[in-house]
Design a protein around this ligand. Structure first.
Ligand SMILES: C[S@@+](CC[C@H](N)C(=O)[O-])C[C@H]1O[C@@H](n2cnc3c(N)ncnc32)[C@H](O)[C@@H]1O
Length: 441
């Protein structure tokens, strides 16, 4: 690829196909889910590009438009179908984009489709300030890190009264490399080809460190680079550790626990060789546990394809992979993690109850509480990363239920034929709560 990315839209790279699959497979689930809220849906592709590659393959705008069309066609009743508006922002490729999506009408009665020549920095806050309560999906796929000012998304999401989900391409390795260059730290990793415009590389000026902090959303990156400098392990270990730590801190800036707007934040590294540097990470953030669970399972499936089709040249793997494209942990490893997640959530709920005004309780651990299965599973993914699929967590919980360690209550608790319910998948008519056996509370 040329350094200035002029040839970006000539043909799609293998690793770009993975991010497209992540978006294209999640959008049907997203549209189906938010249509039922009956609130308007606003999809914003913040770095839209040309819409189509010269090779004929669809870019992210056409992928999203096809999913919107299919969601509308599959909606059982137009009476419940809210407007689905789509915005595509690009300062350079707006004309190509408008031509490449001209087969979609500007307004089809179910919402409008707009191409905006501009930058996301001004356009996204403007769009959000003009809509009321709505479901907003932000797709953020820049060339590199230069334009990725963390606070723009954090502020836009914090000030918005509706519900926002975010899928963002984070060039985490590009950040480490730039931070090394700006601070005069020796970069110890392999030379890597990154999707990045030459002019987007940060100036080595007095302002450069401030730009890095604005991208990172904090100063935490300085310590990561200092530790990297001191790390004497053989390459590539120090670079891999720095990238992983940077990504974890970045996720934290988006999450409520780190002062950000989202309850659940996940990511998947996109690696082209096993054990190698990620080309980038796709970061997903939401406030809804169902979205988190659907995206985690989507990430596991994409990781499997990534491993089979790109990393090992079409060879099936001998083991199941997790979202890091590493061997998926077995039940012996997962069981204590599930137990820990469960007891952490139960004690946090017990403490909240004990601290409720008017409640006097000297031993909160004796308060009987129950937690929703979906909340527990979404928290598990955020705490541990996407190291397994939802069905693996259900299997561990089922074995804890069989051993009598936990009690699972299902609503409805009997099937239509009068048998005890056994389901593990929740939906709008099925709910599951988990509590510890009274003796262990
Ligand atoms: C990686 S490409 C997007 C590719 C697209 N998502 C796809 O899959 O087809 C990044 C795009 O961001 C655009 N861009 C650069 N700076 C921008 C900014 N400040 N705001 C919005 N778009 C920008 C570029 O012109 C380029 O088309």
């Amino acid at each position: 690829m040329s350094k200035c990315n002029d040839d970006f839209f000539d043909a799609k790279k293998d690793w770009s196909r993975v991010k497209d699959a992540l978006l294209g497979s999640y959008l049907p689930v997203y549209f189906a889910k938010v249509i039922h809220t009956k609130k308007p849906i606003v999809y914003i592709d913040c770095f839209a590009g040309a819409g189509k590659f010269k090779s004929g393959e669809d870019g992210s705008p056409r992928i999203a438009l096809a999913e919107r069309k299919s969601a509308i066609e599959h909606c059982r009743s137009f009476a419940i179908l809210p407007k689905i508006d789509m915005y595509f922002i690009d300062p350079v490729y707006d004309k190509e984009l408008a031509a490449n999506i001209s087969d979609y009408p500007h307004d089809d009665g179910h919402g409008s489709i707009k191409v905006i020549k501009g930058t996301y920095e001004t356009t996204v806050p403007e769009i959000l300030s003009n809509i009321g309560d709505a479901n907003v999906f932000l797709y953020v796929d820049p060339f590199g890190i230069r334009n990725l000012a963390n606070r723009i998304f954090a502020n836009a999401c914090k000030n918005f009264q509706g519900n926002v989900e975010l899928l963002l391409n984070l060039n985490s390795f590009g950040f480490i490399r730039e931070a090394c260059r700006v601070t005069g730290t020796l970069y110890k990793g392999e030379k890597i080809e990154l999707e990045e415009r030459e002019e987007s590389i940060i100036d080595k000026s007095a302002n450069a460190e401030r730009v890095l902090s604005a991208i990172a959303g904090g100063e935490y990156w300085r310590k990561i680079i200092e530790d990297y400098h001191r790390d004497s392990q053989p390459s590539p270990k120090p670079s891999l550790v720095a990238e992983r730590n940077f990504s974890a801190c970045y996720r934290k800036t988006l999450s409520k626990s780190g002062g950000g707007p989202f309850k659940y934040v996940l990511d998947i590294p996109i690696k082209t060789k096993p054990g190698s540097y990620p080309k980038y990470r796709m970061v997903y953030a939401t406030n809804h546990p169902d979205g988190c669970i659907a995206m985690a399972d989507n990430m596991i499936r994409r990781a499997d394809e990534l491993y089979t089709e790109i990393q090992s040249g079409g060879q099936m793997s001998f083991f199941e992979v997790d979202a890091n494209q590493e061997m998926k942990p077995d039940a012996a490893i997962l069981t204590p993690l599930v137990r820990e997640c469960l007891s952490r959530q139960i004690s946090s709920l017990q403490n909240s109850v004990a601290n409720f005004p008017g409640i006097h309780c000297s031993n909160p651990s004796k308060i009987p509480v129950k937690i929703r299965l979906r909340d527990m599973v979404a928290d598990f993914f955020c705490e541990n990363g996407v190291i397994c699929a939802t069905k693996d967590i259900h299997a561990i919980l089922a074995s804890l239920e069989n051993k009598g360690e936990i009690v699972v209550s299902r609503i409805p608790n009997i099937t239509k034929t009068g048998k005890p319910s056994k389901f593990w998948v929740e939906d709008k008519d099925k709910t599951i709560y988990i509590h510890l056996k009274e003796s262990s509370q």
